[in-house]
Design a protein around this ligand. Structure first.
Ligand SMILES: [Zn+2]
Length: 329
């Protein structure tokens, strides 16, 4: 069973009341603060057959099936691996949502509630989101839809307007540090800064895998207008600088490819975002930026202030997307 983290207790108290719970709920908030775990516990709670409880009992048949991943009335919808491609996709496809529609048309196995968990909800592509509307509009009684997202702004308004929204709180710094310490994380403060305040992401980062950092960077590069330069530089500056430059270089390479030939080479998963972004870039400015990244890679062995270099590069990147009209104003 997933835990309820200390910073989620008060929210749990408000939500764990099946009679008041809306049939479609969007749980949103910062990355790495335990939204999905919360949603899973809420799922257990709704399906648990022990009626007198404030948390899932963890021992009934229903809780047992859930923990085994075999509960017939629980449906998870998330980006699936492509056939033959071990890398998980980043998109929830329309076929998955259609399949969901068929499954929830059937009666429940246990004759009780059913829970559908969709995460991350921003991964729904346009068609999938449209297809989900029917399910959101015509709920079967006893069916609960829980959507989890750290970018609710990317969801279509039609989906947003049909869900009750629940903001998952960011823990207070001391609360997060206490939790990290209890999980034996040393240098907790530094990891927490890199994780943007999300303790679960901080724990993941502390385990030494750079992949979460790369994903944080890519996510930020996909959304230049929301890019907080200082914050992002702080979060990625602890990774080997050559590695970070390579990530940025590959991104720029794909922007150039998207501009020149309308397709990408290195970031198939982000292709849609890249093709959208190039419409907002002047080719000559992108070429200049690419040259800057290359120059930086050449001089990386000279002593330099990594944080400052990163901030400069990210500022330049963000400026690529400021329209020329806005610059002249
Ligand atoms: Zn139970």
């Amino acid at each position: 069973m997933s835990p309820i983290y200390p910073w989620q207790h008060s929210v749990w108290g408000r939500v764990a009341r099946p009679d008041l719970l809306p049939h479609a709920l969007l749980i949103y908030g910062r990355q790495g603060i335990g939204k999905l775990d919360f949603a899973r516990t809420l799922t257990s709670f709704l399906l648990c057959s022990e009626s007198e409880k404030t948390i899932p009992c963890g021992v009934c048949a229903s809780c047992h099936y859930l923990s085994q991943g075999s509960h017939p009335d629980f449906i998870e919808v998330f980006p699936l691996e492509e056939d033959g491609n071990k890398k998980a996709s980043k998109v929830i496809k329309v076929e998955q949502v259609r399949d969901l529609g068929e499954r929830i048309g059937l009666t429940t196995h246990q004759g009780g509630r059913r829970v559908v968990l969709v995460y991350p909800a921003e991964a729904l592509n346009v068609n999938a989101a449209n297809s989900l509307l029917k399910t959101l509009e015509e709920p079967n009684s006893g069916t609960y839809l829980i959507l989890v997202s750290h970018r609710p702004g990317m969801l279509p308004l039609t989906v947003l307007s049909r869900c009750a929204r629940l903001e998952m709180p960011l823990p207070k710094e001391q609360e997060a540090l206490d939790w990290l310490e209890a999980n034996h994380v040393s240098k907790a403060q530094s990891w927490l800064v890199q994780a943007g305040g999300g303790p679960l992401l901080a724990l993941e980062l502390s385990m030494g895998d750079d992949e979460p950092v790369r994903l944080v960077l890519l996510d930020a590069l996909c959304h230049p207008s929301e890019l907080n330069v200082v914050n992002l530089a702080e979060r990625i500056m602890h990774v080997d600088f050559v590695k970070v430059l390579t990530w940025i270089y590959k991104w720029v390479f794909d922007l150039l490819a998207a501009l020149a030939i309308g397709s990408v080479r290195c970031h198939a998963e982000e292709a849609e975002a890249l093709l959208r972004l190039v419409f907002r870039i002047e080719r000559i400015e992108l070429a200049r930026f690419a040259q800057k990244v290359i120059d930086r890679m050449r001089t990386v062995n000279h002593p330099l202030n990594v944080q400052l270099c990163l901030e400069e590069l990210l500022l330049d990147y963000r400026a690529l997307f400021v329209s020329r009209k806005a610059l002249l104003r």
